[in-house]
Design a protein around this ligand. Structure first.
Ligand code: KG4
Ligand code: ZN
Length: 324
């Protein structure tokens, strides 16, 4: 089946085509316009999606030598995400579905992330743990079976990507903050400042990053340390929280495989520390870790094949939650 996927939940405009579980064409445009505002501006994100969707769709069709008339179904992210951004993608997808008379399937963005590793690792066998670490989410999931998931824990306040982004702002660095902090941390001493690892020993798989952010502000205000040491120590605190809770979940549930996805999965210190665990940790290619339409098209096709797709135009965008 040839299925078109559309992803517009935040500031990535993604379009992809999947054919029999293979991605045959894909393009993701990261909206760089937001960097000058120090974070994603929802109104601008929606407008950018609307502007770019038609040309990106033409591009992926051309790259795969296909016409609109070759498409057999369309899958689109319906939530969670920014409402205006989601609505831009949904309206565009509904238009194509109606125009071509092909089925449309709403896809939950989180469920797509949880399944994205199957694009490259077809032989992957549940159960496995999925650590989803991005600008909007910090969650540990147990993927029990195909389409069967349990949320083991999540952040009680900021997402870890947000902790990087807000931390970078405090340090006078650019947005997105994760890569900036990582760069500055290379020459720093990660053991110099003992930033808090909130709730690390609370017996849950939850996270909390807002206290850490406040400590960073206090530390910078005191002006006692070099910024590379501050960045390295701050990054270490975030990484320790992520690795600690993920290890606990794997040990407690006796699960030997974990997938790490989301933009923060790019962090080399996180990769290094997870690599020290005795369990198998899989990092999908970065293009499948960050927001992309490949995972939307891929899951849409999988759901159609398993008769679990909610086909039909009567759905709307939602800002939060795992709606399956
Ligand atoms: O999944 P993603 O691309 O987009 C959404 O969250 O929608 O994640 C973006 C987040 C940002 O907070 C960014 O600072 C963080 O991922 N990030 C990183 C790194 N690269 C991106 N955080 C730490 N280290 C990195 N190298
Ligand atoms: Zn995402």
């Amino acid at each position: 089946m040839i299925i078109l996927g559309i992803e517009t939940s935040c500031d990535e405009t993604g379009v992809a085509i999947c054919d029999n579980s293979k991605i045959i064409s894909s393009y993701t445009k990261t909206q760089s316009i937001h960097s000058k505002f120090g974070g994603v501006v929802p109104e601008i994100a929606s407008r950018e999606h609307e502007k770019f969707l038609p040309e990106i769709t033409q591009k992926v069709l051309k790259d795969s030598n296909l016409e609109f008339s070759d498409l057999e179904a369309i899958a689109v992210t319906s939530g969670p995400g920014l409402m205006g951004s989601l609505l831009s993608g949904i309206s565009f997808a509904k238009g194509i579905s109606q125009g071509l008379g092909i089925p449309i399937i709403p896809i939950n963005h989180l469920e797509a992330h949880l399944n994205s590793a199957f694009i490259e690792f077809e032989e992957l066998d549940p159960p496995f743990i999925n650590l989803l670490v991005s600008g909007g989410h910090t969650q540990i999931w147990l993927v029990k079976n195909l389409f069967e998931y349990t949320l083991l824990g999540e952040t009680l306040d900021d997402a870890c990507g947000e902790a990087f982004d807000k931390g970078a702002k405090t340090l006078g660095l650019n947005y997105p903050g994760g890569p900036e902090i990582e760069k500055l941390a290379i020459t720093g001493n990660r053991k110099l400042i003992d930033f808090p690892r909130p709730i690390i020993n609370d017996g849950t798989y939850n996270f909390s990053f807002s206290g850490l952010k406040t400590s960073l502000i206090n530390c910078v205000n005191k002006n006692e340390y070099n910024l590379d040491d501050v960045a390295a120590s701050y990054q270490e605190a975030i990484v320790d929280s992520l690795v600690g809770k993920m290890k606990n979940s794997m040990d407690d549930l006796n699960i030997n495989t974990a997938i790490v996805c989301g933009g923060v999965a790019a962090n080399q210190r996180l990769r290094e520390k997870l690599g020290e665990l005795e369990q198998t940790i899989i990092f999908p290619s970065m293009k499948y870790c960050t927001d992309n339409a490949d995972m939307i098209a891929f899951l849409g096709e999988k759901k159609i094949n398993n008769n679990t797709a909610k086909i039909g135009i009567n759905f709307s965008a939602y800002s939060r939650g795992m709606v399956l």
